[in-house]
Design a protein around this ligand. Sequence first.
Ligand code: ATP
Ligand code: MG
Ligand code: FE
Length: 336
Amino acid sequence: ILSLAIETSCDETSAAVLKNGREVKSNIIMSQIDIHKKFGGVVPEVASRNHVQDINPVIKEALDTAGVSFRDLDIISVTYGPGLVGALLVGLASAKALAYALDIPLVGVHHIEGHIAANYIAHEKLEPPFICLVVSGGHTHLVKVADYGKYEILGRTRDDAAGEAYDKVARAIGLGYPGGPLIDKLAKEGNPHAISFPRTYLEEGSYDFSFSGLKSAVLNYLNGMKMKAEPINEADVAASFQEAVIEVLSAKLIRACKEHGLKQAAIAGGVSANSALRERLETMCKKEEIDFYYPPLMLCTDNAAMIGSAGYYEYVNGYTSSLDLNAKPGLRLGDK
Ligand code: ATP
Ligand code: MG
Ligand code: FE
């Protein structure tokens, strides 16, 4: 099965060609980060307009790089939610037009299922069941992947997403956007135990997360130091904040594996690019004899290859979408 996959849920215009679920022939990503940087975050209307401008060239480049033509394609996969509605609609309209013109099936894909599927591309042998920690710009989910396309949400954030917390704290420290990679880098020069920020585990046994308390604690710390006119060690703040985040994320992922009797753990989404999180989980999983999986950096953040992988498994499970498929900005994991 040869598929073309399209992803436009946020600020990356991306198209990919895949053979079956794991063989990536091309994965073209046109990022708008430089455009949104000057606003300190993604501006939805600007994102939509840039998707419109970039989508056709990006699709063409994906086909050219893969060395295939439209006629070779068997299915079209596309992200239809969650995300920015105006951004989603651009990819969706292109995908529907192609599916109609080529008379091939359209497969609507959940963006977060795509993030999880990035691990299938990276790890040839990975098969469900496994526990996946999805940590991205807008989502924080602890998911039991029972089978391809079958998800059980064990926990989710009750307020900010992990990536959102990184971005907000980065802004408070005075770093740029997006903040995750900048905090990651700065934290390497700091002491993770310099400042004691709160770890939010919530009720005993809960797999939910909460990051707004931590974010406020960091802001209060920064304000307090400014009031006292004491110097702020930004690297220590970054490292201590990051330590508080990864300690909770790692602990809950490991506990979920143990409680569900699973020996495979994965991470996905933009924050899974975080070097400290990867290192911590590498160590903890080794100790617990759990196989640990994470995607390469390029497959952690938004890209169409991951959508193609998830779409392929949806398709072989007998699921296709009709041409009246609409964008669903608030689509929940596991829903159609
Ligand atoms: P969602 O997938 O929830 O709709 P999104 O697509 O905007 O949101 P992603 O592209 O998955 O999010 O990830 C972007 C997020 O990942 C940003 O918040 C960014 O700061 C964060 N991020 C990227 N690299 C790192 C890193 N090395 N460490 C921590 N966070 C990171
Ligand atoms: Mg993005
Ligand atoms: Fe994403």
